[in-house]
Design a protein around this ligand. Structure first.
Ligand code: HEM
Length: 127
């Protein structure tokens, strides 16, 4: 490879110093790795499924030197937050249509219509 050019493992070539824009959304919606990508399917993250994909097929916190420094903090906070909500409320929705706006993160245009029903104290697992 000549000066000022970099080749990727699949043969693509770019000039050194180029600015590349990476669409994390497009990666996470690639049907090659996520069949029917718009369908919520937690089994996509079974150990064997993860092992079949390239390392960088799921990068919500980016990757490399400039990856998110809040990765672990964000994951722990979300788990604590979700488990506290689910301990105390039953969540249901009638919403079937979603329209999204694509910024740095994806946002639902009309919000999520979720009904929170407080669980009775005696049914909570922690009491
Ligand atoms: C679900 C939550 C989060 C997601 C999905 C997320 C995602 C990301 C992504 C994709 C980047 C790379 C952006 C780019 O390359 O242009 C990034 C960078 C960054 N994130 Fe997060 N982030 C989250 C939470 C947090 C939290 C909680 C903190 C701080 C406590 C944080 C601090 C940072 C910082 C400082 C950078 C810039 C790192 C650098 O440029 O060297 N993030 N994040």
């Amino acid at each position: 490879m000549g000066d000022g050019l970099i080749a990727s493992s699949d043969g693509r070539v770019v000039s050194t110093g180029s600015n590349l824009i990476l669409s994390i959304y497009a990666i996470h919606n690639n049907p090659q790795y996520y069949p029917d990508p718009q369908v919520w399917n937690p089994y996509n993250f079974d150990e064997d499924k993860v092992a079949q994909r390239p390392n960088h097929a799921f990068i919500p916190f980016a990757t490399g030197l400039r990856q998110c420094i809040g990765n672990k903090f964000a994951m722990i906070s979300m788990k604590v937050f979700i488990s506290k909500i689910l301990q105390n409320f039953k969540l249901t929705t009638d919403q079937t249509e979603f329209q999204f706006d694509y910024y740095l993160i994806v946002r639902c245009r009309n919000g999520y219509h979720i009904k929170f029903e407080e669980r009775s104290k005696e049914k909570r697992s922690d009491t």
